[in-house]
Design a protein around this ligand. Structure first.
Ligand code: 4AD
Ligand code: MG
Length: 481
């Protein structure tokens, strides 16, 4: 029986067996207390062995980190902190953990240290809580889309196209890197490669998602995506999971409404279903904040912050309006932004965070960005500031503490305009003929967005480094396991 089930439903007086990993052992003359956790909940179960019940050898092998099966009677606990405990009858040690070597001894470990022992960190309270929240959010995402008529579309991991046109792809090849076949002009001959062409790991499932939406109307993807951007920040991974809904007949406004409803739903689902884990994570954040200066501490505790997002409307404004706010800010006037503000710039994280954390103090949806800083597939606005075609029907959702959590847009559905944009940004028409054909055969207005799953998990768990919300992070120069 899992500890979660025991705590929820096992009857006092019944005999049960608990299997899990020992967190702590405390011995006194008459009795030994063994705390066990099996990862099913944040709570441990305390097993109490009276002197003489376990033989000396077993008793010695039960140390922090050991894996055990303990059988006993569930009784009401006399101690504080737990309602029930296990009165031990017998114990089996599956695997020992030498106390001289096992790194997770019961004391506080830094997140940096835990990153170095990624193979063991899921056994800590913090990481098991994060992994349970991560699981629950993934489940909530599928549930939301299923309940709202979307179909889960599996888009390819290996592709021949660069959906974002940003050139940040990992190449997939079976050619010998030291001795590849060459063309007459000395360039690599990819015709001899496995797929007979250049291929890479996908940066986004959007283009294929659009093909799905042009048939099933409402689809979403949820899969790993890969970016070889060399940004060693607390918000970027080389391998991250993205969820990308794509909907036929949606315009930008519908897309914004979907993004708001969807994020609120999944956050609420985590609150309703992972409350104990979130209480634990909130407690650890409060401890961490004690070491920070007053002005750096967050105004709301984790659970209050999540409820605040669920209960309040997101602010919606255009890129142009956001630039005006930034230009009239004291920070800009005092020259304190690292990157100067001007219409046309790609907003940096410092600008986004100023808008969300200092100015509005709420999630913000920014729309209608300049076309030159956005991807080729976004629908051109008819008119911006009396000039046609300067901006696109883009939207970014910005969250407090995170910055950009969602990027999306209404898509260009006009064949000529899309073909022209491809030409402008240097995408050969013949390389994405299949994408362009959907604009020739039964084109329709459509829109969608991508949400970075790890950024969502960061927001919900309050973790501040993206490496701490994915079991096995991939970042520049780290890909162990
Ligand atoms: O804004 P992005 O690049 O948009 C797209 O890829 C579109 N094709 C999505 C769509 O419209 N279907 O990425 C979307 C989101 C970002 O807002 C961010 O949350 C996340 O993906 N993201 C990353 N997360 C972690 N590490 C990285 N390197 C990320 N790059 C983007
Ligand atoms: Mg983006």
């Amino acid at each position: 029986m899992q500890i979660k089930q025991i705590l929820a439903e096992a009857a006092v007086g019944s005999e049960i067996t608990v299997k899990g990993w020992v967190r702590t052992k405390r011995e006194s003359k008459n009795v030994t207390f063994i705390n066990i956790n099996d990862g099913s909940v944040i709570h441990n179960i305390q097993a109490v062995a009276e002197a003489g019940v376990l033989n000396e050898e077993t008793q010695k092998l039960i140390t922090t980190g050991a894996c055990v099966a303990i059988t006993g009677t569930l009784i009401e606990s006399q101690g504080s902190g737990q309602k029930v405990e296990l009165q031990v009858k017998s114990a089996l040690v599956y695997g020992t953990a030498d106390p001289e070597k096992y790194p997770l001894q019961p004391k506080k470990h830094s997140l940096e240290f835990l990153r170095e022992i990624g193979h063991l960190r899921p056994r800590t309270n913090t990481f098991s809580a994060i992994l349970r929240v991560r699981h629950t959010l993934a489940y909530a995402i599928h549930k939301y889309f299923n309940d709202n008529g979307f179909f889960y579309l599996h888009t390819p991991i290996i592709t021949g196209s660069d959906a974002e046109g940003a050139g940040e792809m990992f190449r997939v090849t079976t050619l010998d890197p030291k001795n590849p076949p060459l063309n007459e002009d000395g360039s690599v001959n990819y015709k001899e490669d496995f797929f007979g062409r250049e291929t890479n790991l996908t940066v986004s499932g959007q283009l294929e998602g659009e093909l799905g939406a042009m048939a099933l109307s409402k689809v979403y993807t949820f899969g790993p995506t890969f970016r070889a951007e060399n940004s060693n920040t607390a918000r970027h991974l080389a391998e991250f999971w993205m969820i990308e809904p794509e909907v036929a007949f949606y315009e930008l406004e519908d897309n914004m409404a979907l993004a708001e409803d969807f994020t609120k739903y999944v956050i609420k689902y985590a609150l309703d279903n992972c409350y104990d884990d979130l209480v634990f994570l909130e407690g650890r954040l409060k401890e961490e904040e004690k070491n920070k200066k007053q002005e750096e501490r967050s105004e709301l505790a984790l659970i209050e912050k999540l409820k605040f997002v669920i209960d309040n409307d997101y602010v919606k404004l255009t890129y142009t309006e956001a630039i005006q706010i930034l230009l009239s800010s004291k920070r800009h006037k005092e020259g304190k932004f690292q990157y100067p503000v001007a219409w046309g710039i790609d907003l940096q994280s410092e600008h986004e965070r100023y808008l969300v954390e200092k100015h509005f103090k709420k999630p913000v949806i920014l729309t209608n960005y300049p076309k030159d800083i956005k991807a080729f597939y976004m629908k051109l606005d008819e008119v911006t500031d009396n000039v046609p075609g300067q901006t696109v029907r883009a939207m970014d959702v910005l969250f407090p503490g995170i910055g950009e959590i969602i990027g999306g847009s209404q898509r260009e559905d006009n064949y000529e305009k899309l073909a022209q944009r491809c030409q402008e940004v240097g995408i050969p028409i013949e390389s994405i003929w299949w994408y362009l054909e959907t604009r020739q055969f039964g084109t329709a207005p459509h829109a969608g967005f991508g949400i970075g799953f790890e950024r969502l998990v960061m927001f919900v768990t309050g973790m501040t480094n993206i490496r701490d919300v994915i079991p096995f992070p991939r970042t520049p120069k780290t890909a162990e396991f």
